[in-house]
Design a protein around this ligand. Structure first.
Ligand code: ASP
Ligand code: MG
Length: 472
């Protein structure tokens, strides 16, 4: 009787413990970019990071990019196939088979052989049709992530005893808009994805999902655009109501400026979601611009971490503004075209701005910085948005148009409420160095002061401004 009593108590205690650990365990999404999984050593390092996350009692969902720069290799092979009857993809095969040979996994070998056959068939198709459309480009790129999740899941299961299972994103229930190279997830797939992934998490299986690639409702494979696996991670986090997202890269988080241009740039420990968005749009290549949206919507903190230096605190992106600095970070975009559009009728031109914007909308041109008065508007376009003959003709019907090439934008991601203090310092330092600013815009987002100046002045201005706000 007494023994039964003790046994009963123990069982209750165990149930309580399991319940507590379930409550305390966090749901997380860990995304690893190509450079974090570029060879065996790096993949083993990623294995340790995932295991550590599990040892904390957390339940991670893993998102992988393609291995190393496989996406570039695939796209380049496609481009070459337009003119070359035979394109050698030895490089691509080598890096994948090198890992496969360690896995001792017959099904994996079969899948990888089949995928390489399909890649070769697609390349022949491109040659025969002399056509490499966005649809084909997305299909071809999709093999990068499809190969990476299969191979790395098998590799980690074997070497780390990780109980993982790989999925193509569409298997989890994810669906996108019907667009190539620029697809977006559909909101209404959220519940299906949540149910699907929780089923595995509850069984202590770690799901490994392809980033970047997906399928539309019409069942066509597409991609979210280059660097899109960041968005895969934050959207999956939103679906499963994760406690945090960890984006593992090869740098110590967001930096105060591009370290290639500013060697004394420093890591920024904390930025807000909106600052991160502005950073991504205005040239910091570290995050996919749209990736912050699901995190903002669900208020999930995003940690940018360095898989080559996991001890470093990295950057936290959240809704809290914890920085006391006047400026959080500085980005630049070079080779900008500045366009002055002056109305050909001088007075009371209502509708002028709307006509101008309509033309840009029709021709799918995305404007970065704008300054306007009643009869004129100045705006900038980056290298990916060049005006063609047709756009120019339409604009010329309502305005005099003048182009100025070889400009740059320096964006100060900062608290615009203190813009007077910031601009005071910027003007002083630039005027002392005889650098002229052509145009200024304080982003409507309240996080961005953008300066437009000549390409030739950009580097010097960046160094001066960075020294003013970050050195000493
Ligand atoms: N593999 C894709 C790319 O290189 C997606 C990504 O890495 O986020 O763009
Ligand atoms: Mg990649």
């Amino acid at each position: 009787m007494k023994l039964y009593f003790i046994y009963n108590k123990m069982i209750r205690y165990l149930i309580l413990l399991t319940l507590i650990s379930k409550i305390l365990s966090l749901k997380t999404v860990l995304k690893f970019g190509g450079s974090s999984i570029c060879n065996k050593l790096r993949i083993e390092n990623v294995g340790s990071i995932i295991l550590e996350e599990k040892e904390k009692g957390n339940k991670p969902v893993i998102v992988f990019s393609a291995i190393g720069d496989s996406t570039n290799l695939l796209i380049n092979a496609g481009r070459r196939a337009i003119t070359d009857n035979y394109v050698d993809i030895y490089n691509l095969k080598d890096r994948h088979y090198d890992l496969v040979s360690e896995c001792d996994d017959k099904k994996l070998e079969k899948d990888v052989n089949k995928y390489f056959k399909e890649i070769e068939n697609i390349l022949s198709g491109i040659y025969l049709l002399n056509d490499f459309s966005p649809r084909t480009k997305d299909l071809l790129s999709s093999y990068g992530e499809r190969l990476s999740v299969r191979i790395i899941s098998s590799y980690l299961n074997k070497k780390f005893n990780l109980n993982s299972r790989y999925f193509d994103s569409w298997d989890t229930g994810l669906v996108t808009t019907d667009r190539f190279e620029d697809a977006l997830y559909l909101e209404d797939c959220k519940d299906d994805v949540n149910k699907f992934l929780n089923h595995y998490l509850n069984k202590d299986i770690t799901p490994i999902v392809t980033g970047f690639i997906c399928k539309s409702k019409e069942d066509k494979i597409n991609t979210l655009g280059r660097g899109g696996s960041d968005l895969s991670a934050t959207f999956l986090a939103k679906c499963i109501e994760a406690d945090n997202v960890q984006i593992w890269k090869d740098v110590d988080g967001l930096m105060s400026a591009d370290p290639k241009k500013i060697p004394n740039a420093i890591p920024v420990p904390h930025v807000t979601y909106n600052e991160a968005r502005e950073l991504a749009y205005f040239g910091a290549k570290i995050l996919h611009p749209v990736s912050m949206i699901p995190a903002i919507q669900s208020n999930i903190p995003v940690y940018i971490k360095n898989s080559y230096n996991p001890e470093h605190i990295g950057t936290v992106i959240s809704d809290k503004n914890e920085s006391n600095n006047l400026v959080t970070a500085i980005t630049t975009k070079n080779n900008i075209t500045l366009i002055d559009i002056v109305s050909s009728r001088m007075l009371a031109q209502y509708g002028f701005l709307s006509k101008v914007f309509k033309i840009f909308e029709e021709d799918e041109l995305s404007i970065d910085v704008i300054a306007s008065s009643e009869i004129s508007i100045s705006l900038t376009l980056d290298e990916n948005n060049t005006i063609n003959e047709n756009t120019l003709n339409k604009l010329s019907e309502i305005a005099c148009v003048q182009f100025k090439k070889d400009y740059s934008i320096i964006s100060l991601i900062s608290n615009v409420e203190r813009s007077s203090d910031i601009l005071n310092k910027v003007f002083e330092i630039l005027s002392n160095n005889k650098i002229n600013i052509e145009m200024i815009s304080q982003g409507a987002s309240k996080n961005n002061i953008s300066l437009v100046l000549k390409n030739k002045d950009c580097e010097k201005a960046l160094t001066l401004i960075h020294n003013t706000f970050f050195v000493n």
